[in-house]
Design a protein around this ligand. Structure first.
Ligand SMILES: *Cc1c(COP(=O)(O)O)cnc(C)c1O
Length: 667
């Protein structure tokens, strides 16, 4: 027997409460105190986790609309970011205090996780306050980080550690050497042998005593999606034998004291803490050996990988993690300390590059539902009867499968569910082959389909009332679930959902005091059938449909639907920069929000999304040429009487306005 997940939640009886919505969507599990639901049934964001200071997301979206900022919109909460960084700082400080660890800790932010200027500027300022740093993995990122560490302002900027990972050329190394002279605390991490030679060469040329790091290929394997980040076949780092040669090389050049940092990176979203423990153990042993050989090591950089519990299940699988920030910190510190104490080596400063864990919580995407498509539970008997009658009048016979389906539908009882399911599936298949062979009219085929869906709905309703779903029709709920069309691009806003099947928590941001009566999957507005979400977070099962509210039509033909908004949470890490322009759907608007002294939400910053013009320019269109060509075409059509002058003017205006407008739909 499977858990019941029906198109219509027939099993949810009685009065519905906000608490039930919280539980259903797992808000408290993945929201970790940042996300909640208020008495109005709206989702709230509580940036500092103090419940009296929260922001009503539905109110925000309505307020943004009044200001002309349409969904899809990405909401960023600087205060969540700030709180997260302090949580990480505190976890390490606390455990170091308890364990008597004296080396200190610093977290460096790899900007590849989200390079947006507004985020990085805040990050740079926080880093100064918290004694954290920044990490760059490429030439453009290095230049960005050098700029960021200059403008962060105030005292201490020059002490902020800047770690340079990734492959480097001569120009990169020269820049780093000169930046060292400038006063930056910058540490190039040697990823391959030739980089070491370049570092030594330019250090001498510019008369610099650089701080050098080395990334080492561990024998400990990574795990999960990014297991290739570690192990001897990994792309980056030196073999242990090369590390030993590096020690000799630096000694020969009288620079062994410059070897300050040892680095490894085991992979991202490490869901099982054991993997990390093994790697740290190995890395710390190498650290101690090199220390003994006279290297001037003071920093142990264990890379990124601190995971995020996207589904709230606290378990060792890809969208979750089986540890808390506090447990992560305690385990890391304990390992490093015990190995160093045994070897009588001073405790190093521990560095982590926990990008995902720093920023994932701070962004939420809100999308509007444009409409739905569903398989009707009502077969429309009057119409079927009418169609059968006209079939007979035209001298045809009502095909047997249609009669069988009708009979199954009418005679369905609690006692023959499985039999009815088999009968209806068989009749439906027969109907489809008759149609393909040309023996059935389109009207009769439509009747067969409608009856089949109606039987499916009735089966599920009866089964769920009994509280169990026979294995035979385990897949029926997904087959019959609704499709909700949402105004966004999966490829732009949550690419990892498509690329690596990552789950992100999704929940309506209002109407949570109301029972969600439907089940559905979500489709975006790209013309790509991959642009859909059909897996959802759940603590126990692989959930293939999401509970959703009925979307109500507005009065009047073509008037659209009442606003219905869904929030996609924990999007702060990787999604923005990995997102692409599929179908030329560009960046969404992004809005930075905070709470003022009176407890009101306020807009700190609006970063408008791409306009159509901008995305077209990106793919080399000449906007002026296009406008000119359209104008000439419209003029000709007016001259030849195909368009009136007024129509021509309107079309041209739509064209011009469209170019300046949002790439998403604006209902
Ligand atoms: C990507 C990367 C990180 C960040 O990893 P997270 O999983 O986001 O913590 C850290 N260090 C290096 C070397 C990386 O390549």
């Amino acid at each position: 027997m499977a858990t019941i997940t029906t198109g219509k939640n027939a099993f949810l009886h009685g009065r519905w409460s906000i608490e039930e919505s919280m539980k259903l969507y797992g808000v408290a599990d993945w929201g970790k105190g940042y996300v909640g639901v208020n008495a109005l049934g709206n989702v709230t964001i509580t940036p500092g986790k103090e419940s009296q200071r929260s922001i009503d997301l539905f109110e925000v979206i309505e307020g943004l609309r009044e200001r002309g900022i349409h969904t899809p919109v990405l909401l960023r909460f600087n205060d969540i970011l700030s709180h997260r960084l302090r949580e990480i700082r505190k976890a390490f400080d606390d455990t170091m205090g308890e364990q008597g660890y004296v080396g200190g800790y610093s977290c460096v932010y790899p900007i590849k996780v989200n390079q947006q200027r507004h985020i990085c500027e805040q990050m740079a300022a926080e880093c100064v306050a918290l004694n954290f740093g920044l990490e760059a993995g490429s030439k453009p990122e290095l230049l960005a980080v050098l700029g960021l560490s200059a403008t962060a302002g105030g005292p201490g900027v020059n002490g902020m550690p800047i770690i340079c990972n990734g492959f480097k050329d001569a120009e990169f190394i020269e820049t780093v050497m000169l930046a060292t002279k400038l006063g930056r605390n910058i540490i190039p991490v040697v990823e391959k042998w030739t980089e070491l030679e370049l570092v030594v060469k330019y250090a001498k040329q510019y008369g610099v005593r650089p701080r050098i790091g080395i990334r080492v290929k561990l024998s400990s394997k990574g795990a999960g999606r990014w297991e290739g980040s570690a192990g001897v076949r990994s792309k980056f780092g030196l073999f242990v034998s090369e590390v030993l040669s590096a020690v000799d090389y630096l000694k020969r050049h009288e620079m062994l004291d410059c070897l300050n940092l040892l680095h490894c990176h085991v992979g991202s979203q490490l869901y099982d803490i054991r993997v990390l423990k093994n790697a740290i153990n190995e890395l710390t042993h190498i650290y101690c050996e090199l220390h003994r050989l006279g290297a001037g090591l003071t920093m142990l950089d264990i890379g990124g990988g601190m995971g995020v519990d996207y589904d709230g299940s606290q378990s060792a699988w890809s969208s979750s993690i089986n540890y808390s920030v506090q447990e992560y910190a305690a385990d890391v510190v304990y390992r490093v300390k015990s190995v160093c104490d045994d070897a009588r080596v001073p405790h190093p400063q521990i560095i982590t590059e926990s990008g995902r864990a720093m920023v994932a919580y701070s962004s939420v995407l809100v999308v509007d539902v444009l409409g739905t498509s569903s398989f009707a539970s009502d077969p429309d008997m009057a119409r079927i009867q009418g169609d059968m009658k006209s079939e007979a009048e035209r001298g045809g016979e009502v095909p047997q499968p249609v009669l069988d389906l009708l009979d199954t539908y009418q005679s369905l009882t609690d006692r023959n569910l499985v039999e009815a399911y088999h009968d209806s599936t068989q009749a439906r298949d027969e109907a489809m082959s008759l149609f393909s062979l040309g023996y059935m009219s389109l009207a009769m085929r439509a009747a067969a389909e409608r009856l089949f869906w109606a039987i499916g709905h009735k089966l599920l309703e009866k089964a769920s009332r009994r509280g169990e779903l026979p294995d035979e029709f385990e897949n029926l709920p997904e087959t019959l679930s609704d499709i909700y069309f949402c105004n966004f691009s999966l490829f732009q806003s949550m690419p990892d959902s498509w690329a690596i099947d990552q789950l992100f928590p999704i929940c309506p941001i209002h109407r949570l005091a109301e029972e969600p009566a439907r089940r559905g999957i979500l489709c975006d507005i790209t013309c790509d059938s991959d642009g859909k979400i059909d897996h959802f977070v759940d603590k126990r099962i692989d959930k293939k449909t999401l509970e959703l509210h009925e979307v109500r039509d507005l009065p009047g033909e073509g008037a659209g639907v009442e606003p219905y908004y869904l929030g996609v949470f924990l999007l702060g890490a990787y999604q923005e920069i990995l997102g692409d322009l599929h179908n030329l759907l560009g960046d969404t608007h992004a809005v930075h929000l905070s709470i003022d002294e009176q407890g009101q939400w306020q807009i700190d910053e609006v970063i408008e999304g791409d306009t159509v013009e901008e995305v077209l320019r990106y793919v080399q269109y000449d906007i002026d040429d296009m406008k000119r060509a359209m104008r000439l075409d419209i003029e000709a059509a007016c001259r030849q009487g195909r368009l009136t002058v007024a129509e021509g003017k309107s079309l041209l205006k739509f064209y011009d306005d469209g170019l300046e407008g949002y790439t998403y739909l604006e209902a």
